[in-house]
Design a protein around this ligand. Structure first.
Ligand SMILES: NC(=O)c1ccc[n+]([C@@H]2O[C@H](COP(=O)([O-])OP(=O)(O)OC[C@H]3O[C@@H](n4cnc5c(N)ncnc54)[C@H](OP(=O)(O)O)[C@@H]3O)[C@@H](O)[C@H]2O)c1
Length: 306
């Protein structure tokens, strides 16, 4: 059999995000039941949605449905598109001092793509279930684990743990450097003892870098940015990107058809990282509810058979 034929027959393992999300969700649901039956507490998530972004409205609906299915109450405060930042802040501060709200989520992006940094700092760090407050980002830097964990990167790590046996010394390349995904992802991979490179839009010769990656996590918002010949044979590839094509289909940042012939394991889009992000948000919310009542809870993110 010729080399080309062998290459053509290789098929990466598909990392099933829905399967791993269900496993995490069952732990979340069990913890929510424990809170309710043994302590009379209903874990509650407050979501602020500024109208005007159809994708955000879909994400909030999905989060709400998932919360309800796991025994988490959700309250959505919908504000008109022209809401002043001060009015959003008032809602946040009201929920900060409301003991019945355990998690606060400000759905991003803000209208007009305004910088959300200042508003995010008004969320009480213990209720910051998206882990975007500077204090929580700083605690991650210090390898602390009691604070809310960044949802998408934590979900990616759980998926990676299902595919990678030993992380020590592996070269992990993270493409994308946002505070939401790329930067905290790099921190988590560093904690796993990977050698981490972070690429972004100014990176020179991206293919030369990605070809060195044993672990490749891509989060840029560019459909098909990563082609098959940019992937090291056998690499584990996590595709965070969500891109809507002209025909309405959703695709990631990795050209899946090419990548699955080269990679060792890969996440699909949809059905990869997306479900994990929501599951991690739910885990942060239930954990915040335990901590708000000085109750201990073993990390929901860890399981014997990840
Ligand atoms: N599946 C999920 O649950 C989930 C969750 C969150 C986000 N997402 C998706 O993930 C993607 C990224 O989200 P984000 O919030 O991190 O986006 P973002 O804030 O726009 O950041 C994008 C990052 O990608 C870099 N980048 C852009 N074009 C690039 C290129 N051609 N080559 C290399 N790097 C490039 C940017 O570089 P600079 O820093 O130089 O600008 C930036 O660091 C989006 O598609 C988003 O929808 C998915």
């Amino acid at each position: 059999m010729g080399m080309t034929q062998q290459m053509a027959e290789h098929q990466a393992n598909i990392i099933d995000g829905r399967h791993h999300a269900r496993k995490l969700e069952s732990r979340v649901a069990a913890a929510a039941t424990d809170l309710k039956t043994n302590h009379g507490i209903t874990p509650t998530l407050g979501v602020i949605l500024v109208e005007g972004n159809p994708a955000s409205e879909i994400y909030v609906r999905k989060k709400r449905q998932k919360a309800e299915s796991l025994g988490i109450k959700s309250i959505v405060k919908t504000l008109p598109p022209d809401t002043a930042l001060s009015a959003i802040e008032s809602q946040i501060t009201a929920w900060n001092s409301d003991d019945s709200i355990h998690g606060i989520l400000l759905q991003l992006p803000l209208p007009g793509r305004q910088d959300p940094y200042d508003l995010l700092q008004t969320i009480a760090p213990a209720k910051d279930v998206d882990a975007l407050h500077a204090l929580n980002a700083g605690k991650l830097f210090w390898q602390q684990t009691r604070q809310p964990m960044p949802c998408t990167p934590t979900g990616c790590l759980i998926l990676l743990e299902s595919a990678v046996k030993k992380f020590d010394g592996l070269h992990a390349v993270v493409v994308g450097a946002s505070p939401l995904v790329g930067r905290p992802m790099a921190q988590l991979l560093l904690q796993k003892n990977c050698t981490v490179s972070i690429a972004h839009s100014k990176t020179k010769d991206l293919p030369a870098l990605t070809r060195q990656a044993d672990i490749l996590v891509v989060a840029t918002g560019n459909a098909d940015l990563i082609r098959g010949d940019m992937i090291k044979p056998g690499a584990t590839v996590i595709d965070v990107g969500i891109n809507r094509l002209a025909d309405g289909r959703i695709t990631g940042d990795v050209c899946f058809e090419e990548a699955e012939r080269i990679a060792g394991a890969i996440t699909p889009v949809p059905g990869g990282v997306g479900p994990m992000t929501i599951a991690c948000l739910m885990a942060n919310t239930v954990t915040a509810a335990f901590h708000a009542h000085a109750l201990e809870l073993e990390s929901l993110f860890k399981s014997a058979d990840n």
